[in-house]
Design a protein around this ligand. Structure first.
Ligand SMILES: Cc1cc2nc3c(=O)[nH]c(=O)nc-3n(C[C@H](O)[C@H](O)[C@H](O)COP(=O)(O)OP(=O)(O)OC[C@H]3O[C@@H](n4cnc5c(N)ncnc54)[C@H](O)[C@@H]3O)c2cc1C
Length: 292
């Protein structure tokens, strides 16, 4: 992508890239696929004086299954294109929710060029919502050196201080229950009015555990809904438990109105979507029980 008045920097190593960011501070931005810069330019927002291109950094382009501290996880380099993730056999077979989420990002061209790390950096990404529901972690560098933190924490922290995302780690096996839905103003190529991502596992006695409910959409980053999650945790999925969680969502989720949708519509739609997610999970449990 051409950047008319910006100086393009091409680091050869991660260390060099981070040193450049430290040197130029807020005057410099990292770029991977560059698709969000395209959005900014269309809105007349000037590009930053320095652009640190990360394309040459091989480590940011690797996708591999890893094990550490007795845990299995999938590590996806920040600069791995969305399309590559979506077509990857491990993700297709074991993390279908991430495929669903990536499948609704922009258009095929955006998915070819845009990256998984860029979707997190975008702050309101559809893939980022599903990663939060998958309990993903971020591996990154900031002024304190290299670290790994829950993605949720990384996203909060990254708004306050500079960081360079290296990879996203998804624990394996992924939860057995998952759900993803995006409401847009049209079928494809549409900004999100509302995005709901959720996941959970069953205990051996048929109760829900590790419930994750994430809601995003509009100009706001996707966020976990801890009160609704807590209400479902360790519960059997009865109609009553589902209704209670949907009631809580109506209070816990506090969207604002914009030109695309009112806050009331968003809240009501979030409740209805969660209800259909829980209904689908209940049916899954019933067919699982019938198979035993
Ligand atoms: C027409 C159009 C439609 C779109 N539709 C959607 C949509 O439906 N859903 C959706 O989720 N997104 C959408 N997007 C937004 C965007 O394209 C995607 O989210 C994409 O994943 C961004 O990836 P990228 O590699 O292009 O990011 P970039 O544009 O390169 O970077 C994105 C942000 O992350 C920062 N960044 C880059 N690399 C790093 C790093 N290693 N560490 C820290 N920060 C970094 C950048 O400075 C920038 O702020 C759309 C974009 C366009 C142009």
């Amino acid at each position: 992508m051409a950047a008319a008045n910006s100086t393009i920097l091409n680091p050869k190593t991660i260390e060099e890239a981070w040193q450049m960011k430290e040197k130029y501070g807020p005057s410099a931005a990292f770029m991977m696929g560059g698709t969000t810069f395209q959005l900014q330019r269309e809105k007349g927002i000037p590009l930053p004086p320095y652009i640190i291109m990360l394309q040459a950094l091989q480590e940011l382009q690797t996708l591999q299954r890893q094990a550490a501290d007795g845990e299995d996880f999938l590590s996806i380099g920040a600069n791995v294109p969305l399309r590559y993730c979506m077509d990857h056999p491990i993700i297709k077979a074991h993390i279908p929710m991430l495929c669903s989420a990536i499948g609704v990002v922009g258009s095929p061209a955006i998915r070819n060029q845009g990256t998984i790390g860029g979707n997190i950096g975008y702050r309101k990404g559809d893939a980022a919502a599903s990663l939060l529901a998958l309990d993903a972690r971020a591996r990154f560098i900031d002024e304190d050196g290299e670290q790994v933190l829950p993605l949720e924490q990384y996203m909060e922290q990254e708004q306050k201080k500079a960081a360079m995302l290296l990879a996203v780690q998804i624990p394996l096996p992924a939860p057995v229950l998952d759900f993803f839905e995006k409401v847009g103003s049209r079928e494809t190529f549409s900004p999100s009015i509302l995005t709901v991502a959720a996941s959970a596992d069953w205990t051996r006695t048929g109760r829900l555990k590790r419930v994750r409910i994430v809601i995003g959409g509009g100009d706001y980053p996707p966020e976990r809904m801890p009160a609704a999650e807590a209400c479902l945790e360790n519960q059997t999925l009865t109609n009553g438990a589902a209704a209670k969680a949907c009631e809580i969502i109506l209070e816990e989720y506090t969207p604002v109105s914009d030109v695309f949708a009112g806050a009331g519509y968003r809240r009501m739609a979030a409740g209805m979507i969660l209800e259909s997610a829980l209904e689908a999970w209940k049916e899954e449990e019933m067919s699982r029980a019938a198979e035993k």
